[in-house]
Design a protein around this ligand. Structure first.
Ligand SMILES: [Zn+2]
Length: 155
């Protein structure tokens, strides 16, 4: 700091900026979201070389570096691999979600990878790794990952 500013406190203003943007989801994600929105169908890509099934779908197999051109239907039921509980409102949590929020890493039957999503209709203290869960689709679907509202325990 130069001498001319000595003794002067810096001024700090609190403000917010709004930055609207849009982005293209790409071929692979678009196909995945359209199947969710229009048919409540969960789809994944499969590597033609190692046969691994990716959910969320991946365009290229990260092991073989081959393009995944095979699409397969995946069950809406699976196994909880891991989870985390947020007990206070965070910027990443939509305001229509009740606190506490439970995020689950869910491996659906037929997939070799897990996807992250909300776990609901269960108390945090009742959540157990390995529990069976099922997708609950949103009433109004818009072609994004929230077309799956959340996962709930299989009853
Ligand atoms: Zn592969």
């Amino acid at each position: 700091m130069s001498d001319q500013f000595k003794g002067i406190e810096p001024m700090v203003y609190q403000s917010k900026i709004n930055v609207p943007y849009s982005w293209w989801a790409g071929d692979t994600a678009t196909r995945f979201f359209v199947a969710l929105r229009d048919e409540k169908r969960i789809t994944a890509t499969q590597c033609g070389a190692c046969r691994k099934v990716f959910l969320p779908p991946r365009k290229v197999c990260p092991s073989c570096f081959t393009e995944n051109t095979n699409w397969v239907n995946i069950s809406d039921e699976g196994t909880l691999i891991s989870f985390s509980v947020a007990r206070r409102q965070l910027a990443a949590i939509p305001h229509d979600r009740k606190i506490p929020v439970i995020w689950g890493l869910i491996k659906l039957d037929g997939a070799d990878t897990a996807m992250l999503h909300y776990l609901d209709e269960v108390k945090p203290e009742e959540v157990v790794i390995g529990m069976r869960v099922k997708a609950v689709f949103s009433e109004t679907r818009k072609g994004n990952i929230r077309d799956i509202s959340h996962f709930q325990p299989v009853k």
